[in-house]
Design a binder for this molecule. Structure first.
Ligand SMILES: Cc1ncc(COP(=O)(O)O)c(C=O)c1O
Length: 472
């Protein structure tokens, strides 16, 4: 019998969680069951996932911002088919492939002129690792400064940039030279460190993934000036904020910055094939590839593979053709305004923040007496549980996929695909309104969900049971 993928999928769809429990990360399976995320999705299109009964789910998570152009976009699909039909030579390695040249050209057409040299890799964290190496090679310096609360990936170098113990616990010691983090807006702490003139790069996510935070004042501009004065490079991690997510091509453009290096991944290949990129000033880039015998001193086997490059070309074209950046800006503003209007009705909404379609909804202790009790009960156990309860009910009752924004945060985060229209905004706002209204019934079904989390969280502390997953 030959290999027939369609037959295999038709025969075995539904065994997903059982297979994962047996062969992959069973702790993740258990956590997904606790939060009611153990759905089986059978297909996907645009902004929707469909279960085995073809019931639609609105995807306001976009694979953590991989699907800015929507899922299974026909232009990206066609690009893959074309690569296969053309029988192109792939990863010859000791050649220069056309598609990687074309994608580098297409990216640099969209970056400011000084960001003109591209390196391709396979993921966000790999792009960050490369950027850190480039910065060390270019400056001859060892240290890095990052911002508290940042997320830059989970390989050892990127992880070392992050202070969050929920990710670093058990993996130490972290890398030497990565110890310093400054708070957003704390320019004097940054100045103090940069003045030591031993910092290779200051690393920012223009809008932080965990909680969608950004500086209140002119912190980034002043930081950039200080970096220049003290010979430190500025790295902007655009892995989540890049390619239209925030309503501009790149997040750093909101502050008119000129970073020396940026990193991309996630949506760069339209959601089909892993792809990451480092884009740097040529002068910085050449310090790594400084001699003939160093021409592959930083390299990765699959980095310029044809499928990823073709999908990258397709994704950039779709972003332009469908005016997705403009759509992210207008739909994002409308969505934030509509959510913000719910504050008048729901005292549990503290703040709505973000840019474009990268939006955080922060909750606070409600003013209503009964709600306060529920809130306090959940908070005693874990700060994230109220937001998780809302996220769970958004999926269970309204079939809308969202996420909590980080550990120990009262924040629900949304990353819809940039193709959404008012219909999807209406669906989300109506659902959030309904779920927060349901919270008013204490005790009631919503708080049953909360109670269930409390039970699991307490058991988890004693060991053995997983806590709900909190990705970036
Ligand atoms: C800002 C940022 N940097 C880096 C990464 C790591 O990317 P990857 O998961 O592809 O390694 C992420 C992933 O969520 C991210 O949001």
């Amino acid at each position: 019998m030959g290999f027939d993928l369609k037959e295999i999928v038709a025969a075995r769809l539904g065994e997903n969680y059982q297979l994962h429990e047996q062969h992959l990360n069973r702790t993740l399976v258990a956590a997904q069951r606790v939060i009611g995320f153990d759905k089986v999705y059978a297909r996907a299109e645009g902004a929707y996932l469909y279960d085995m009964d073809d019931v639609p789910y609105l995807d306001f998570l976009s694979g953590y911002s991989v699907y800015n152009i929507g899922r299974n976009h026909p232009v990206a699909q066609q690009a893959i088919r074309d690569v296969l039909d053309l029988d192109l030579p792939n990863m010859v390695q000791m050649d220069c492939s056309l598609l990687s040249g074309l994608l580098a050209e297409a990216i640099t057409k969209r970056t400011p002129a000084h960001l003109d040299a591209v390196f391709f890799c396979n993921s966000g964290t790999e792009a960050m690792e490369g950027a850190l190496k480039f910065a060390r090679a270019a400056t001859g310096r060892k240290r890095f400064i990052s911002i508290e609360g940042a997320f830059h990936g989970l390989s050892l170098g990127a992880l070392s940039l992050m202070g969050c113990e929920s990710f670093t616990e058990g993996f130490g010691p972290l890398m030497d030279g990565f110890e310093t983090r400054v708070a957003l807006d704390d320019i004097s702490a940054l100045e103090h460190e940069l003045a030591k003139r031993d910092v290779a790069a200051f690393v920012i996510e223009p809008l932080q993934g965990k909680g969608c935070k950004s500086p209140k004042g002119d912190f980034y501009m002043r930081a950039q000036e200080l970096c220049r004065r003290h010979g430190t490079l500025l790295i902007a991690d655009e892995i989540q904020t890049g390619l239209g997510r925030t309503g501009k091509m790149f997040g750093f453009q909101h502050w008119k910055l000129e970073p020396d290096i940026i990193t991309l991944a996630k949506t760069l290949s339209g959601g089909y094939v892993p792809c990451g990129a480092i884009i740097a000033r040529r002068s910085v880039y050449q310090k790594t590839f400084s001699r003939m015998d160093r021409c592959v001193v930083h390299s990765t086997t699959f980095g310029r593979n044809n499928l990823a490059m073709a999908c990258g070309l397709a994704a950039l074209q779709v972003i332009d053709d469908e005016k997705l950046i403009e759509n992210a800006e207008t739909m994002g503003a409308l969505l934030m305004q509509r959510i913000d209007a719910l504050r008048a009705k729901h005292s549990s909404i503290k703040e709505v923040r973000g840019k474009g379609l990268m939006i955080a909804i922060e909750f606070q202790e409600p003013t209503e007496f009964k709600l306060k009790l529920g809130w306090r009960l959940l908070h005693k156990v874990d700060k994230v549980l109220f937001a998780q309860m809302v996220v769970t009910q958004m999926l269970s009752k309204h079939r809308i996929l969202t996420q909590v924004a980080g550990h120990a945060m009262d924040v629900l985060k949304i990353l819809p695909p940039l193709i959404i229209r008012e219909r999807e905004i209406d669906m989300f706002v109506h659902a959030l309104d309904d779920v927060l209204t349901e919270c008013r019934r204490f005790p009631g079904p919503m708080w049953e969900i909360g109670n269930n989390f409390v039970r699991h969280a307490l058991r988890s502390r004693k060991g053995g049971e997983p806590r709900p997953p909190v990705p970036a």
